[in-house]
Design a protein. Sequence first.
Length: 297
Amino acid sequence: MDNAKILVLAGLLMASCTHEEQPYDASGTFEAVETIISAEANGIIRALDIEEGQSLKAGQTVGYIDSTQLYLKKRQLEAQIDAVLSKKPDIAVQVAALQEQLAQAIHEQKRIANMVEADAATPKQLDDANARVAVIRKQITAQRSTLGTTAASLSLETAPLAMQIAQVEDQLAKCRIVNPVDGAVLVKYAEANESTATGKPLYKVADLSSITLRAYVTGPQFAQLQLNQQVTVLVDGADGNYREYPGTISWISDKAEFTPKTIQTKDERENLVYATKIRVQNDGLLKIGMYGEVRFN
């Protein structure tokens, strides 16, 4: 084979390599929903048992903030309620004397009634006995009403104190540091024995069991995509080959934007692109910030 033919074949080979299509349609980086957990109380962090990379469950208690003063305030409010309620009258005891007088008056009423039947007493005496029974009964009713009003008034006085106790109990609950979502600790911002305040970040957590690839597509590609479409996500493997993951398009932007400088699309001549999110089940090898490619099958 002469030199001319060799040169032609070499040129064709180089041309074919130059026009070889990329194995992916778009690329981007992986991200996850990150949640910053902040303190809900003021004070010294007495315990914060977490480490970066540690997996946490939703509802798991990971520490607590000093609550001594709140506990003492609750005890003080409870003592105030006890002091107010100690003034509450015992209605049964208060009317016991009148009940005894009523019993005696009724007994006397019956005795005089029997004597009237035997002509041993006058009707006037029976009328007086009946009137005494009626008066004592009215006294008992009035006494019960007065004592009931006093008791109700004292109970109402304790209502604001009970509300204050409920507020303190809520503050005490917020002194416990409870992890709200399943996920792994990404960053730890505070340590035990440090002072904290309401709203101050303690740590950042993210659920990495499912991770999202944010990729950008061109206008022609955008028209071919739809929500819940199945795609293939490609990630560089340790052996130099791609690792493939099944993915699902979970979000497609309805607004075009200029191509981010760190992102390359299949057609670099396109200035405007559309952001998409592809949800991928993580096998533990996918990390936030890692680059990935997507093939629209």
